[in-house]
Design a protein around this ligand. Structure first.
Ligand code: X5A
Ligand code: ZN
Length: 677
């Protein structure tokens, strides 16, 4: 459906005219650097370019007082000294004769973006704007922000489009207190912000940026603050990829799914990325592709991102590219670095979960006891040691390479231009496929197929052999980098054997770490080596069992709420911790998944392995199921699941049991710091 890029060159006009070390980082090159890089990468050309318009007085009046708007209007005719004097009345603000025009364009850009998305002209988009907006308040400029672009867009979406639930995700490194104040009693706007806080010692130094500020009146629970505190001993540097992904999986996304937004607005500040002088964080630009990707499973993919901060031009430009790539539907590049959240991040996530638990069902059934505050909870050597298999649960396992030693050794080819191929033996399924999905004709050589099939009785039949030949051909195409993802069908009786062959073939053809998510009655192949190269996750087992850190089984959750906590609380933490370079999802006998649930699972797994996901279906699956999977694998948003029911006690228990077993080895499962007695 397309991605909009909203911009106007005039927004490079406003700039600091006098000496002010605090404000000098907010400069015109921020926009040109981002735009130049988008052009270089050919990303701008793939977007629908929209020229920003000015927001009207009435539109600005949706969140600002008329007196404040006319005050800013008057700055157009002021001289430099008067501008400087007026700027001094606000915190971290400069005015320029062009500020009013630029700020109206910035707000107008957001409105245009929201209109484009909500009228269906595009699926999503980014507004590249300055001045930024999220610190600006009803009658005050603040922190480089003049008009509150995102807040105006949210108010407009409510007023002009009649929306009832809007999620605002503020991933800028500063607290968007302006947005918080404007919606703190409004339950139709869920505002999430993470921010550098350092127990109140970081700008804007506000008590109400802490996790216990959760909204007021009707809006209780609709303000979610995640303050990042002084990393201290347990992580010397700022938050990184693992911390950001953990915050999404364990805090933002459970609430967001329960909220079920109709629109997602992103206060997309990139001062939370590595290299930024303000944030001092460690997250790499790729992380923003993942954050964007994770948000695209909400609201039917209607995501509008608007630039806020971001002051390191190189880091900003790269992070903007990553965000736009994800919006365009490209698979996210794998994350680099050890995926282990630091203790300080876990403390923050845990306090925010505890503060929000009274208002959200998805947090209630899980253990949310308060955080231990003693500094002795920090391990003295800094971040936990690299993940090592062979703990108590791995007694039987042969010595395995530590996943950490395999990091960054992706020896597979880069993501191909052709995204999804479909190898199906049931021809009627093509009727429901989107046009750019390729129907695969090819098959592996007969002899080779027979050789792979030989050990398996169930693959002796002609139909099974034909299906296997197609699957092998598809898998080789994925491993060689000709196609990115695919769907293969197989006769139900041959599902387990076909999956076994696919795993063996993947491992022998260059996959270093293979994640296999098997739904329904599919057992781990008995002859699969326990060498840490395959993470086997069965959903649909009789009971929850962690037979080793690489062999996990859990029953299929019965309710939507349970399914979501299984994905967010188990599947994705394991997957992000394992960092696979190939993902197999098999819908086996009795998998019991509805189309939308299967689509959500596939869409989220597509964030792993550079999108290299092969889905295995049973031949008699409905064409609708194959169609919906093909669409999400090529980058379309999954349909929203609607209001989610609460997880059943059994689902919660299975999850808690597995977490308890696996947390010591899979640190991404943790959503609270561990107690050191
Ligand atoms: C939008 C934004 C930061 C202001 C920092 C003042 N503002 N020290 O990132
Ligand atoms: Zn910022």
């Amino acid at each position: 459906m397309g991605t909009a890029l909203v911009y106007h060159e005039d927004m490079t006009a406003t700039r600091l005219l006098w000496d002010d070390p605090e404000c000098e980082i907010e400069r015109p090159e921020r926009l040109t650097a981002a735009l130049d890089r988008l052009r270089q990468r050919g990303l701008e050309q793939r977007c629908l370019r929209l020229s920003a318009r000015e927001a009207s007085k009435e539109e600005l009046g949706l969140v600002h007082s008329p007196e404040y708007v006319s005050l800013v209007r008057k700055t157009q005719v002021l001289g430099e000294e008067e501008l400087q004097a007026l700027s001094g009345q606000f915190d971290a603000i400069y005015f320029h004769p062009s500020t009013f025009h630029c700020a109206r364009l910035a707000a107008g850009a957001g409105l245009q973006l929201v209109d484009a998305v909500l009228t269906g002209a595009v699926q999503n988009g980014l507004a590249l704007v300055r001045p930024p907006g999220h610190h600006s308040q009803r009658a005050a400029a603040n922190g480089f922000c003049v008009f509150n672009n995102v807040a105006i867009a949210a108010a407009h979406a409510k007023q002009k489009h009649g929306l009832h639930r809007i999620l605002i995700v503020d991933w800028d490194v500063h607290h968007g207190q302006g947005i918080q104040y404007l919606f703190e009693d409004d339950p139709s706007v869920l505002y999430f912000s993470w921010h550098r806080y350092e127990h109140g010692r970081f700008w804007p130094f506000l008590r109400e940026s802490d996790a216990d500020a959760v909204g007021r009146g009707q809006g209780l629970g609709f303000t979610v603050n995640l303050p990042w505190n002084q990393p201290g001993m347990s992580c010397q540097v700022g938050m990184g990829n693992a911390d950001y992904v953990a915050a999404f999986l364990h805090l933002l996304l459970p609430l967001a799914f329960e909220f079920d937004p109709e629109l997602v607005l992103v206060s997309a500040g990139f001062d939370s990325a590595i290299g930024d002088p303000e944030g001092q964080m460690q997250a790499t630009p790729e992380c923003f592709a993942h954050l964007t990707h994770l948000l695209q499973v909400l609201a039917g993919g209607r995501v509008c991102a608007m630039l806020e901060g971001g002051y390191h031009l190189e880091s900003l430009a790269e992070s903007v590219c990553m965000t736009v790539q994800a919006l365009l539907g490209d698979p996210a590049p794998p994350l680099s670095g050890l995926m282990v959240p630091c203790q300080s991040a876990l403390e923050s996530i845990q306090s925010a979960r505890a503060a929000q638990a009274p208002y959200w069902k998805s947090l209630q059934l899980q253990d949310v006891t308060p955080v231990p505050t003693s500094p002795s909870t920090h391990s003295p050597e800094g971040r936990p040691p690299p993940l090592l298999p062979g703990g108590p649960m791995c007694k039987a396992a042969a010595p395995a390479p530590a996943p950490s030693s395999l990091l960054d050794q992706l020896c597979l080819c880069p993501a191909p231009s052709v995204r999804t191929t479909v190898a199906l033996t049931a021809p009627d399924i093509t009727l429901v496929l989107p046009p750019d999905v390729i129907q695969q004709e090819g098959s592996a050589l007969r002899e080779e197929t027979e050789a792979w099939a030989r050990p398996h009785e169930s693959l002796a039949r002609e139909e099974a052999l034909t299906a296997l030949g197609k699957l092998l051909y598809l898998l080789d195409g994925m491993l060689d980098g000709q196609v990115n993802s695919g769907i293969a069908a197989t006769p139900a009786s041959a599902a387990a054997a076909t999956l076994d062959v696919a795993i063996q073939r993947g491992l022998s053809h260059g996959a270093q770490r293979l994640l296999c998510v098997a739904l329904g009655q599919l057992d781990r192949p008995p002859d699969l080596a326990h060498d840490g190269r395959t993470l086997w996750l069965n959903i649909g087992g009789k009971e929850a069992a962690a037979l080793s850190m690489f062999h996990v089984a859990t029953p299929l959750p019965v309710m939507t709420g349970g399914f979501l906590s299984c994905i967010l609380g188990l599947v994705l933490p394991l997957a992000y911790g394992f960092q696979p370079d190939l993902v197999l999802v098999a819908l086996g006998p009795g998998h019991g998944l509805q189309g939308p649930h299967a689509a959500l699972l596939a869409a989220m797994l597509r964030g792993l392995a550079g999108g290299r996901v092969l889905a295995l279906l049973e031949e008699d699956s409905t064409p609708q199921l194959a169609g919906i999977l093909a669409r999400v694998l090529r980058g379309e948003a999954p349909p929203s699941l609607g209001p989610s029911s609460v997880a059943s006690p059994e689902d919660v228990q299975a999850l808690m049991y597995l977490r308890g077993q696996l947390e010591p080895q899979w640190k991404m499962l943790q959503c609270r710091p561990h107690l050191v007695v």
